[in-house]
Design a protein around this ligand. Structure first.
Ligand SMILES: NC(=O)c1ccc[n+]([C@@H]2O[C@H](COP(=O)([O-])OP(=O)(O)OC[C@H]3O[C@@H](n4cnc5c(N)ncnc54)[C@H](OP(=O)(O)O)[C@@H]3O)[C@@H](O)[C@H]2O)c1
Length: 253
């Protein structure tokens, strides 16, 4: 198993939630991390709290010029690249009849297309280090939430492309895996304008009993799984559920 020490990792969407938690987890274990996101203030705050080994690069992963700049900065900061964590993502929910085509395309652009394009940009650098790509899937592929078809569809696509890319990049010794988290309190719903902080927290807490382990998750618990995939040298094309048993579909009758 590889060590996280001196590992160079690009974490997209590192200004909040699971991305920020992952950056912290990696930096605390000696990795050199580059985080990106659109809100500069959030990124800078995270990077400043982590010190010099965390590099903040503002940018939008749906823009090709930004992607190129972000990847170059990550390679320079880390003196190469060992890992790409395609964590940036957005939520879009609504009843079928209310869905807007433009919003659906935007969602797929950010949640699916951007990660694929980033993986392509990182391919040569990752081949040099026998590196890893980690995607973020979701419990939405195991449990069905009414009104969440757009988001679930993007996460289904991510699971599918994880397997195809693993098959394609294995010859270059690049591993590709996916972490599928359950309910973790972050800004995802609030940024989409669906709920405020209080409402989002209450909604997730309301799901606690659906978990075999009786509680929602913490960002660090997802970061642990992401880190495992960065280190594990003989694991590729897999999806790891990190969800406190939510996917089990706990049924008490
Ligand atoms: N929280 C959960 O319960 C849960 C469960 C399953 C899966 N996930 C997945 O986990 C990942 C992280 O989400 P989170 O829960 O930590 O939510 P979050 O706090 O909202 O984090 C998502 C991050 O992605 C960034 N981002 C979004 N679009 C971007 C773009 N075009 N370019 C660059 N950065 C972008 C956002 O920053 P800016 O807005 O500043 O760009 C934000 O910091 C997502 O893929 C999400 O789908 C979360």
């Amino acid at each position: 198993m590889k060590s996280l020490k001196q590992m160079s990792v690009l974490v997209t969407g590192g200004g909040s939630g699971i991305g920020a938690g992952t950056a912290r987890y990696l930096v605390e274990r000696g990795a050199r991390v580059t985080i990106c996101g659109r809100r500069e203030d959030r990124l800078v705050r995270v990077a400043e709290s982590l010190g010099d080994t965390c590099n903040a690069v503002p940018g939008d992963v749906t823009l090709s010029k930004d992607r190129e700049r972000i990847v170059q900065k990550a390679i320079t900061h880390g003196d190469g690249l060992h890992g790409l964590v395609n964590n940036a993502g957005n939520m879009y929910r609504g009843a079928l009849g209310t869905l807007q085509e433009e919003e659906l395309l935007k969602l797929f652009h950010g949640n699916v297309v951007a990660g694929l394009m980033l993986a392509a940009l990182c391919e040569d650098a990752l081949a040099l280090t026998a590196g890893a790509v980690v995607f973020l899937g979701s419990i939405h592929n195991r449990r069905a939430f009414p009104g969440a078809s757009p988001y679930a569809a993007t996460k289904g696509a991510i699971e599918a492309l994880t397997r195809s890319l693993a098959a394609e990049l294995g010859a270059k010794r690049i591993r590709v895996n996916c972490v599928a988290p359950g309910a973790v309190f972050t800004e995802l719903n609030q940024r989409a304008g669906l709920l405020d902080d209080e409402g989002a927290f209450a909604r997730l807490q309301g799901m606690a009993d659906l978990h075999a382990l009786g509680r929602i998750g913490e960002v660090e618990e997802v970061a642990e799984a992401i880190s495992y995939f960065l280190m594990a040298e003989w694991v590729t094309g897999t999806v790891l559920e990190v969800d406190g048993g939510l996917a089990l579909g706990l049924t008490e009758v």
